[in-house]
Write a protein that binds this ligand. Structure first.
Ligand code: F0G
Length: 456
């Protein structure tokens, strides 16, 4: 690690330590809070280490035409803002990042917001945004000589970690809540060769258990309590600003689970503004599932002073988390940027997911909370029609095919959950039809279907 350029600052008490002195659980020895990576050289205006914004913009654009593996990574392309390694030659990359920013044409029309975009991180090598942070944190683990890495996961972190560990020739240990993750994600961890333990506990219990394990054995912890994960996960903020010619959207909407991603994106936007790459922050809003909404409650009841852990329950299993590790960081991002934190129901998530599918993009259930949340913010009148909005879609639609099939078969939601939304759900359902092997039978199946997929 490059100890000269970065240090770790405790988010709670502000104490600073060299990166190599972090405890295995990445908690502050004084107050138990989490650390953030800090680059002291950036603070001195006119100092030698302070990057020049104009030069960086030019360099990062040039690298898009480069044949070098590191330049082709949408994370390491921005490596001037990631000076966490002794040598970038130690980086383990799968060409992550470079996720497209799509215009959501139909949702834009329906909501009366012309400039509505989706940053689709589901196109990453293992199908989720986790790859952008895994490349940085696992690279640090390799440089520091670890042979084992581990995480507790609702599925995507484990899939990502297992892949990057395999590429680096390292071993990986996965703790997942038994029966509570999507099969596609479990299959990825197996495929990439992780030691996968299905634990009789929820995600929060898995993370607690792993925290004890890393104190006993030389295993490097790769959950988002690891501040180097968040360094990689801040880079989509750079991509979004670059795609908008170094302007920022008025609103960024992010799903909230363990709350690392919203923290990381907030840090990315904050650093860009501090370095003069951009002029302002977007309003960053975090959306949780109604059954897993501890941050919503914390902000509502205590203005983010206290978070009461809860037993979480939602079919969006990726965000089924009741005691999120990075809640303080995320609360600060929301408050500092002027965003909102709200929750959405199971029916609202299912409808939004089907609508994103109908745009030809698709995403996993946890990602769809962003569109569901946007609809609420729009209805409350806090997002206006002329504003620019970016939804962060965190995972690929194939991650949880069971959820999609159950929705279209009509077996996903209970009658109680559907109450009041029956018509919206029926309009979106596209169940597979069994037909005889004759042209007449197949043609009968499309009879009455108007062009554009709307039933006539
Ligand atoms: N969306 C997806 C698809 C996720 O997998 C996660 C988190 C989130 C959103 C929430 O992000 O935790 O940074 O607030 N998945 C973790 C995992 C917990 O283990 O894969 P967050």
């Amino acid at each position: 690690m490059n100890e000269n350029l970065h240090q770790l600052r405790c988010f709670g008490c502000g104490s600073r330590i060299p990166g190599a002195e972090a405890r295995p659980d990445f908690r502050c020895a004084n107050c138990g809070d989490l650390f953030e990576v800090e680059y002291p050289g950036w603070n001195q205006r006119g100092g030698n280490d302070r990057p020049n914004p104009g030069a960086l913009k030019w360099l990062w654009r040039e690298r898009r035409c480069s044949g070098e593996a590191l330049d082709q990574s949408g994370v390491w392309r921005f490596r001037e803002l990631l000076p966490i390694m002794e040598s970038f030659g130690n980086a383990v990359s799968l060409r992550e990042g470079n996720a497209p920013l799509y215009h959501l044409t139909r949702a834009a029309k329906a909501l009366g917001i012309d400039q509505l975009y989706a940053k689709h991180q589901g196109v990453n090598p293992t199908g989720s945004f986790k790859d952008t942070g895994m490349t940085t944190a696992l690279s640090v683990a390799r440089e520091r000589g670890f042979t084992w890495v581990a995480c507790a996961s609702t599925g995507n972190t484990s899939a990502s970690m297992a892949a990057y560990a395999a590429r680096a020739g390292m071993r990986s240990l996965v703790l997942i809540p038994e029966g509570k993750i999507a099969w596609g994600k479990l299959s990825q961890a197996m495929d990439y060769g992780a030691v996968t333990c299905q634990v009789k506990a929820d995600f929060d219990g898995c993370l607690r258990l792993l925290t004890e394990i890393v104190r006993k054995a030389p295993i490097y912890l790769l959950n988002s309590v690891n501040p180097y994960r968040l360094e990689g996960q801040k880079t989509p903020a750079f991509e979004i600003a670059e795609a908008m010619d170094w302007n920022v959207p008025d609103h960024l909407i992010v799903p909230g689970g363990n709350l690392g991603n919203s923290s990381a994106l907030g840090k990315g936007f904050r650093e860009m503004r501090e370095l003069g790459l951009t002029a302002r922050l977007p309003k960053i809003s975090v959306i949780q599932a109604a059954g897993a909404n501890p941050l919503v409650k914390s902000l509502k009841l205590t203005h983010g002073a206290v978070l009461e852990p809860m037993e979480a329950n939602t079919r969006a299993t990726a965000i089924r988390i009741g005691n999120p590790a990075s809640w303080r960081k995320s609360a600060r991002v929301i408050q500092e940027s002027g965003g909102w934190c709200l929750d959405v129901t199971e029916a609202e998530i299912a409808i939004a997911k089907a609508e994103i599918g109908a745009e030809g993009l698709g995403c996993e259930p946890a990602s769809a909370v962003t569109l569901a949340g946007l609809k609420k913010l729009r209805a409350q009148g806090v997002i206006r029609s002329g504003e620019t909005v970016v939804l962060v879609l965190t995972g690929h639609t194939l991650k949880d095919a069971d959820y999609t099939i159950d929705f279209h078969r009509g077996t996903l939601l209970t009658d109680e959950e559907k109450l009041g939304s029956e018509a919206a759900i029926e309009a979106l359902r596209r169940d597979a039809i069994t037909v005889d092997a004759t042209p007449a039978a197949v043609l009968a199946a499309i009879e009455g279907e108007a062009i554009g997929g709307q039933s006539g």
